[in-house]
Design a protein around this ligand. Sequence first.
Ligand SMILES: Nc1nc2c(c(=O)[nH]1)N[C@H]1C(S)=C(S)[C@@H](COP(=O)(O)O)O[C@H]1N2
Ligand SMILES: [Mo]
Length: 323
Amino acid sequence: MDYRNAVFFKRNQGQFMETPVALSDWKLTIEGLVKKNLTLSFDDIRRLPKVEIANTLECSGNSRSLLKEKASGNPWTIGGVGNAIWGGIWLKDILEKAGLKENAKHVSFEGLDKPLGSAGIKFIRSIPLEKAMAATILAYEMNGEPLPLKHGYPLRALALGWTGANCVKWLHKITVLDRPYEGFFMDKVYRVFQKGEDPKSGEVVKNIVVKSIIVEPLNGEKLPAGLVAIRGSAYAGEAGIEEVEVSVDDGRTWNPAKLIGLQQPYAWRHWEYLWDVEKKGDHSIMTRATDTKGRRQPENARWNVLGYGNNGIREHAIVVHIV
Ligand SMILES: Nc1nc2c(c(=O)[nH]1)N[C@H]1C(S)=C(S)[C@@H](COP(=O)(O)O)O[C@H]1N2
Ligand SMILES: [Mo]
């Protein structure tokens, strides 16, 4: 497997698929508020116009465990994010083939994976029709290889620039609805709410928010004085990255990092800052990204019960020891 696919984070609310479905048995159905139900084979999908696009996928709860106040959920630090070039088709093309009824407003996705636990709740998610028509693909390739089993073979949805929960894997059924799908994974989780509030009253987590992460050096690393290469990624969901700045003096001064590679919507951008350090002892390193819509990371994250969308500058600071 391509090494980038091998190291890409994986996350599942249900059971992981253990064995790939035989392509000859696999079908994608499109039903609900459409003029004509469709059943497509994998070959039918492959015959549609192909799109290749770079897109960052981040778990809604990534960085949750960096919050100062504990939040419930999988204790991610910064590893719940990855970027790949995905190949597939525009969802719009098949929705147009099926034809939308006038009251069509949302599109739900269901995978082949079995639910976890005795409640038997399937991971079914819906997105607004507008997003489905404008910027959602169904991917069958990842970095030039067939979509790996752990990432949804043979086909997954990718609502471009939106968090992982909006991107159903092992896709086999699409239903067009007149309202958001109702169920545990829509109503109880992936919503931003405070203690004592009804989860369903909270906003649904959609767009990935602007964030920068440091991947080199590591938090707590001991380094000799001299030139230290500080490197990482920055991403902003539907927007591109305009600027990344680095502070090595606890936020008193900020220095622009060099951005590496292309500026594109949906895709992350690598960056680098070469720091010349002589002073021995502990130093904090912080970064802040600004996206192409002028939004910048906040000093601290906005806390919520399930710890979604942590993009705080201070939460992502690291400390290195210069020896
Ligand atoms: N069918 C299905 N799709 C799913 C999930 C799931 O449990 N079942 N989990 C979602 C969540 S929460 C995330 S973060 C992403 C992770 O995608 P990855 O495993 O390819 O990184 O898949 C999403 N799609
Ligand atoms: Mo997730």
